[in-house]
Design a protein around this ligand. Structure first.
Ligand code: SF4
Length: 217
């Protein structure tokens, strides 16, 4: 993994993490991103925060109003109910307060388990919140990271996302989780395309069983 990380760094540079501290925003954004593209997710998110000025207002709103606000993001009936349920559960844990700041300092496994117990939240979202909101050492495995890692032979063939998360955490250089995540996504978007990987231009070719097999074939 050290060699892969080094070559990705040489090709894509070193992305700088900017932990934003807005954990609830990150959770809501992830719910809105389900089954849609980034553009429609962002439209739905913008409409939601324009219509409701605080997360407390979202929590207390009739679900039909949430559904109408986020309609451009698709499956709004499911997403509105999920967002409301998540906010209610966060408030219940915080004795009425919508606060996830404690995740910044809680033991990592406790923070992850808490997030994964929220309605409809899995390892990827939990990792996004921990890494992007608080700069904590976790690595979201999305479709790009999963595909690139599988082609590179980092994951066991047939491994599920849960296992891929555990593997990434075990092999990523400590302290470089953000860089590892971002550069694998960049690679999946720019060269290691799902249908047409550009193996001939790839800086990882000599480290990649899939790329070598494609070149030989
Ligand atoms: Fe992807 Fe090909 Fe590079 Fe392997 S050599 S990482 S399959 S682009």
């Amino acid at each position: 993994m050290t060699a892969i990380r080094g070559r990705l760094r040489g090709y894509y540079g070193v992305p700088a993490p900017h932990p934003h501290g807005a954990a609830i925003d990150e959770v809501v954004l992830t719910v809105l991103s389900q089954n849609t593209n980034d553009r429609n997710r962002d439209i739905a998110y913008t409409r939601l925060i324009e219509r409701f000025p605080t997360w407390e207002a979202v929590r207390d709103a009739p679900v039909e109003e949430l559904e109408a606000a986020i309609a451009p993001g698709g499956i709004s009936k499911v997403k509105s109910a999920r967002i409301k349920a998540i906010l209610e559960q966060i408030a219940e844990h915080g004795e009425g307060r919508l606060d996830l700041d404690w995740l910044a300092v809680a033991p990592l496994s406790e923070a992850r388990d808490y997030l994964c117990a929220l309605p409809g939240i899995g390892r990827k979202t939990a990792a996004c919140v921990l890494l992007f909101a608080f700069g904590r050492p976790d690595i979201p495995v999305d479709t790009h990271v999963g595909r690139v890692g599988t082609r590179l032979g980092l994951f066991r063939p047939g491994a599920g996302f849960e296992e891929m998360h555990d593997t990434m955490l075990a092999i990523a250089p400590a302290g470089l989780e953000y860089e590892t995540h971002v550069n694998m996504i960049r690679h999946g978007r720019r060269l290691c395309d799902a249908r047409r990987p550009q193996c001939g231009e790839c800086p990882l070719l000599r480290l990649c069983p899939e790329g070598e097999a494609r070149r030989a074939g």
